[in-house]
Every structure is written in structure tokens, then in C-alpha cells.
Design a protein around this ligand. Sequence first.
Ligand code: FES
Length: 109
Amino acid sequence: MSEEAAQWTDAASVDEVPANDVVGMMVGGHDIALYKVDGEVFATSNICTHGDGRLCEGFLEGHEIECPLHQGKFDVRSGRATYDPAIEPVRAYPVKIEGGRVFLSLVEQ
Ligand code: FES
């Protein structure tokens, strides 16, 4: 996706995302989970694809978020499901950091 097409939306300050942890927030009508792993910020849908688990209430270990309901896991970099019963990926959102702010591209790719 080109920089122009991405249409970046200001989501949060970098400091609002806890180090090596996850936080949930609504951004432009999307329920988003923001993660910070070793200083790098990632964003996925906050809703597990297996059920109604909210990933922001899960457990982040490295680049993997564990759903609080049935312990399915996803890679926060790509949204790929990495552990049963999660099979379908969660949507991962492109992230850009500028001026201490986290911007997300919410446009479908
Ligand atoms: S709702 Fe997330 S693993 Fe079941």
C-alpha cells in the first residue's frame, strides 16, 4: 500500500501503550488492541476470531497474544493464528509512529 493510500488515523500516544503489554481502545469505530514489544508498536483487531474474547484482556508473551477465553494465540505482527483453537487470523493494522504518536491505517487492504 502506498503512503498516500494508507490514510493514517491518530490512535494514541506511544506512551499510552505499555511496554511489552497490550491495551485496548476504539479507533475510528474499530475495536483495536495495541501492543508494544521491545519498543515496537503493533495493532490488531481486539476481537478474537474464535469467539468473543477481547485480546486486550489476554496475555502477551513476546510477539504472541493469548486470548483470555480459550487460550488461542495470534502473532501480533501479522495477526496469524499460532495456537488452537484459534485458526482464522485476526486483522493486523499497519502502524506508523510520528511525533510520539501511533497512527493506524484502518483502510481495508
Ligand atoms: S474466543 Fe479466543 S480462543 Fe476462543
